[in-house]
Write a protein that binds this ligand. Structure first.
Ligand code: DX5
Ligand code: ZN
Length: 221
């Protein structure tokens, strides 16, 4: 069985109590904190930046996975690295120089990821597999939590799984958008190993119940 990781997205957390929220979700079994950064330019919503990342950093020991939905990308990368991010991923459409941005993230001591929207082609991967630590497949259009999983993402996840296996590189395959207890096993079967879930976890009163139920589903894969 692959190592499966559950990455709650704090987009659906109570922002007035964020320190407590991240501590609670980690004690409930979260492996990673997924941190959605939206700029009201690349996506039509505005969320949180490096100051908030720095504020939650002392509250948790698990990796902070920063999902940048911003354009341009490069200027903000060192700020997130200084704020304690461990993984930084971005959308290829938002950077003019993919190779440079990936290198910049690693030079700043973080793992580097590329994110694919539902209609973004995978050819962006052609020349950068050796510079990637994570590939994130969006199963909703980015910008908002609480949307429904787009089933076409499953074929794309399977295609990326093949590319990763053929490459021989150690690359996490993360999926983001509409992940729930009742579809996580299917997404894992398609080849994903890391699962972002916002509303499914923070929308429920008992985070441990949800995370445990997700793990039980993953055991069936
Ligand atoms: C969407 C974000 C997601 C979102 C997932 O743009 O990247 O991380 O918070 O939320 P749910 O799990 O509610 O679809
Ligand atoms: Zn995200």
């Amino acid at each position: 069985m692959p190592t499966y990781r559950i990455a709650p997205s704090i987009l659906s957390a109570d922002f007035a109590r964020l320190g407590e929220e991240v501590r609670n979700v980690v004690s409930a079994g979260a492996d990673i904190i997924h941190f959605d950064v939206m700029d009201n330019h690349y996506v039509p919503n505005l969320t949180i930046g490096p100051l908030v990342c720095e504020a939650i950093r002392p509250h948790v020991q698990v990796p902070i996975d920063v999902h940048l939905m911003v354009k341009p990308v490069d200027r903000i990368v060192p700020d997130f690295a200084k704020a304690g991010a461990n993984i930084i991923s971005f959308h290829p459409e938002a950077s003019d120089h993919l190779d440079r941005t990936l290198q910049l993230i690693r030079d700043n001591g973080c793992k580097a990821g590329l994110v694919f929207n539902p209609a973004t082609p995978l050819h962006y991967l052609d020349h950068v597999m050796d510079k990637l630590d994570l590939i994130l497949i969006m199963s909703v259009n980015p910008g908002f939590g609480g949307q429904s999983f787009i089933p076409g993402a499953l074929r794309k996840i399977a295609a990326v799984r093949r590319l990763i296996d053929e490459s021989g590189h150690d690359i996490m395959l993360e999926v983001d958008g509409g992940i729930k207890i009742d579809n996580i096993a299917e997404v894992a079967r398609a080849g994903a190993d890391t699962f972002v879930a916002g509303s499914a976890i923070f929308g429920k009163p008992d985070y441990r119940n949800v995370i445990d139920a997700m793990r039980t589903q993953l055991e069936t894969v």
